[in-house]
Design a protein around this ligand. Structure first.
Ligand code: ZN
Ligand code: ZN
Length: 101
């Protein structure tokens, strides 16, 4: 079974990549996509871009980074990956089961 889907969105991408790296976290960060904590010692994706005259940096956990590269490679908006996946594949990958259930 192979599932192949491109959940990229068509955006007028005006941003410009300034620097992208995969550092090891030295303090806690929050993933811009799933909202989970990136713990010290974990590798993460750090993306700095320039949108018009504004520089912005986004920190993404490796799980979300892989989902982005696999499913949304041709067009994504930072912070909206889970929505893009939900719209296309009809599930929320951030879902966490309730312990009591
Ligand atoms: Zn899709
Ligand atoms: Zn994440």
């Amino acid at each position: 079974l192979s599932i192949s889907c491109d959940c990229s969105i068509d955006i007028d991408y005006s941003g410009e990549l300034v620097h992208e790296s995969f550092p090891i976290a030295r303090k806690k960060y929050k993933c811009c996509e799933c909202g989970e904590v990136i713990e010290p010692g974990q590798k993460y994706n750090r993306y700095t871009g320039k949108w018009e005259n504004e520089f912005s940096t986004f920190n993404t956990c490796m799980g979300c980074y892989r989902i982005r590269m696999q499913y949304c490679y041709y067009g994504w908006v930072f912070g909206e990956l889970a929505d893009q996946i939900a719209d296309c594949l009809s599930f929320d990958y951030r879902y966490v089961p309730d312990e009591d259930e």
